[in-house]
Design a protein around this ligand. Structure first.
Ligand code: SAM
Length: 214
């Protein structure tokens, strides 16, 4: 089956069938060539309903969980977005498609560099790459309308809450090392509102305001 057909099939059977409705999210999934974001030797698995290994002990997340996190974020065209855990760059591409500018942070330099090369090659110019500890955010460019963390945190990092704009939203998997809940934090007039959107499992967020060792 051609990649375009596999992508359409993924969107219909894994994303729309499970309740994702946001048209901009669906269109971004239809457009972005997920198979380019996985190592060449497993490209034939790219549209499967599962996470996949991308090297350096890390993963590209299951398509549905990326779609769910993106829908919860509710990105608008004029938004400035902070993306923690660049990994393959797939979630970054989705965000770059939906918002104005994406600041993406990855602690593993090789992953950041190869994601940057791919995203430039397929035409994304609204992404700023940062290598380092994303639990601290990127204070120079705050505040952010939206923040997404694609690695599992023990708690919500205070630095990320501090960098949220008024009415901003943060989506983050938080909980124990091996089982987390997908949490949406909304910055409201008198503080933060927190809702839980179900169980998930991510690789650990390693850093000063994350897990302290691998
Ligand atoms: N969003 C990625 C994608 O679409 O491929 C998936 C990323 S993977 C599940 C999580 C990533 O978070 C890994 O690449 C890992 O190295 C990175 N990571 C873990 N702790 C981090 C930290 N403190 N700062 C930045 N990146 C971190």
């Amino acid at each position: 089956m051609r990649c375009e057909d596999q992508r359409l099939n993924m969107v219909q059977s894994q994303i729309i069938a499970r309740g994702i409705k946001a048209e901009n999210v669906i269109n971004a999934f239809l457009k972005i060539p997920r198979h380019l974001f996985v190592p060449p030797e497993i490209r034939h698995l790219a549209y499967r309903d599962s996470p996949l290994k991308i090297g350096a002990g890390q993963t590209i997340s299951q398509p549905y969980i990326v779609a769910l996190m993106t829908e919860l974020l509710d990105v608008e065209k004029n938004h400035k977005i902070l993306d923690i855990g660049t990994g393959s760059g797939y979630q970054t591409a989705i965000l770059a498609e939906l918002g104005k500018i994406v600041y993406t942070v990855e602690r593993i330099e090789t992953l950041s560099r190869s994601a940057g090369k791919l995203l430039a090659a397929i035409g994304y110019e609204n992404i700023s790459y940062h290598i380092g500890d994303g639990t601290l955010g990127v204070p120079e460019f705050q505040p952010y309308d939206r923040i997404v963390v694609t690695a599992a945190a023990p708690d919500i990092p205070d630095s990320l809450l501090d960098q949220l704009a008024p009415n901003g939203k943060l989506v983050i998997p938080a909980g124990s090392r091996f089982c987390q809940d997908l949490i949406l934090i909304e910055k409201v007039e008198d503080g933060f509102r927190q809702t839980n959107h179900g169980g998930c499992t991510f690789v650990p967020l390693i850093g000063k305001e994350g897990w302290h060792e691998i």
